[in-house]
Design a protein around this ligand. Structure first.
Ligand code: ATP
Ligand code: MG
Length: 394
């Protein structure tokens, strides 16, 4: 190959440099692992003294997200900075961006933090989303169209894993739910007839190069992701292409730099509707660590540092099972470690535990990626693993 066809990497931040991450949760931990493998130093900023990412990072600044001294120190020690959770205050990212490259940018993160802004962004990009109404006042509550009921009331900000949501059947239930949620700004969404759920993970760098992960088919239980399957068994190829194109349009429109996940519903009539997006790697993309040649966290490193991107190739059909804290309480109130030894004796098991110090019901403690030579074998092994752990695989 002659030099002329090699991508320009002169401006890239190369291995040996130090990368910072706002937030110390499991996504930060997996980012840190990927960055360290590639030869970068890492610094995590998180107030918790035993955060999953803080425990494995070269450096850990234990300060609040808006602490001026903490942010100044992070900028001083790092060559570029990313975020691992959606609710990192946008002003903190703006402060950091005055001194260092920050990806994703505060403006994009701010859109994803607000369900109303997020929906407006989908609409601007010509991507259909659920009929909805903003409820910020008693007058708006009273004026809600009956066509939106039954619906789901969601807080406009700070919701995750189904928290801050209430299913409401009628106007009385809606009013009660809004009061229960503290009368904070909320979005009422029409309850849609879901056939299935999928997500698309896009990585885009500052040069405008874009790559996507293979489409994930997702199953949620109680508002929390439970199972991801790739290749998506029930999504026809044209629909996958449509979802990929929509996700890329959304990233492009925000001039997004980083990893972005867009969640979609497929409705009973086969149509595609965007649900929400996350300005970071996503739980549904964890399978890529073990089942793809390039994972979503490597892409986060590449987008942050300005390295050329590579289209991830799925080398093994896969099923991912989330491991919630509930697994620790199968025998009652005393927490007991699940049977890891028996689990790891099964073929194709890749166990990821996030190093969280205590298990709680509904808390994401880890995930299990199952890989196999074909989808049927992956599915069969996932069923065995799920039975052993005492969780439903569908
Ligand atoms: P996340 O952990 O993905 O951030 P979240 O708390 O932001 O979750 P949503 O993604 O808005 O929650 O909703 C959680 C789940 O609830 C969805 O994956 C879907 O199963 C269901 N759901 C949400 N909105 C609707 C809707 N309008 N119609 C039908 N089901 C819905
Ligand atoms: Mg969601």
């Amino acid at each position: 190959m002659s030099d002329a066809v090699l991508p320009a990497v002169s401006a890239a931040i190369l291995p040996g440099a130090t990368l910072g991450v706002m937030g110390g949760g499991q996504l930060g931990r997996m980012f840190v692992h990927a960055a360290q493998t590639m030869g970068y130093g890492t610094v995590v900023l998180d107030p918790d003294d035993s955060s999953p990412a803080g425990l494995v990072s070269h450096g850990h600044l234990q300060t609040a997200y808006l602490d001026e001294a903490g942010l100044a120190e992070l900028a001083r020690r790092c060559d570029a900075i990313t975020t691992e959770f959606e609710n990192v205050p946008a002003p903190a990212l703006r402060t950091l961006a005055l001194q260092r490259p920050v990806a994703p940018a505060a403006d994009a993160v701010a859109i994803c933090q607000d369900r109303a802004a997020e929906k407006a962004q989908f609409v601007r990009c010509g991507v259909p989303c659920a009929p909805h109404a903003l409820i910020e006042s008693a007058a708006q509550l009273a004026g809600v169209s009956a066509t939106l009921l039954p619906g789901i009331l969601k807080t406009a900000r700070l919701g995750y894993d189904g928290k801050g949501q209430r299913r409401v059947a009628d106007a009385a239930a809606l009013a009660a739910a809004w009061h229960e949620l503290g009368q904070v700004p909320c979005l009422l969404e029409q309850m849609l007839p879901l056939a299935l759920e999928l997500s698309v993970i896009v990585a885009r760098n500052a040069q405008g190069e874009t790559v996507t992960l293979p489409v994930q088919q997702n199953l949620h239980r109680d508002g929390i992701l439970a199972v991801t399957q790739v290749p998506a068994p029930d999504v026809p190829a044209p629909l996958q292409q449509q979802a990929i194109a929509a996700a890329c349009r959304v990233a492009e429109a925000m001039a997004y730099v980083g990893v972005l996940c867009v969640e979609f519903f497929v409705l009973a009539d086969g149509s595609l509707v965007a649900n929400e997006m996350a300005p970071r790697p996503h739980n549904s993309g964890h399978y890529s660590i073990d089942a793809c040649d390039v994972c979503q966290f490597q892409l986060q490193v590449r987008t942050l540092t300005g390295l050329p991107l590579q289209t991830p190739r799925l080398h093994s059909p896969t099923v991912m099972l989330n491991l919630l804290g509930d697994l620790w309480f199968r025998d009652g109130d005393a927490a007991r470690e699940p049977a890891w030894g028996q689990l790891l004796a099964l073929p194709g098991m890749h166990l990821h535990l996030y190093g969280k110090t205590s298990a709680r019901r509904g808390r994401k403690m880890g995930h299990l990626t199952i890989t196999a030579a074909d989808a049927a074998q992956a599915r069969a092994a996932a069923l065995q693993a799920a039975a052993l752990l005492g969780i439903a695989a569908h």
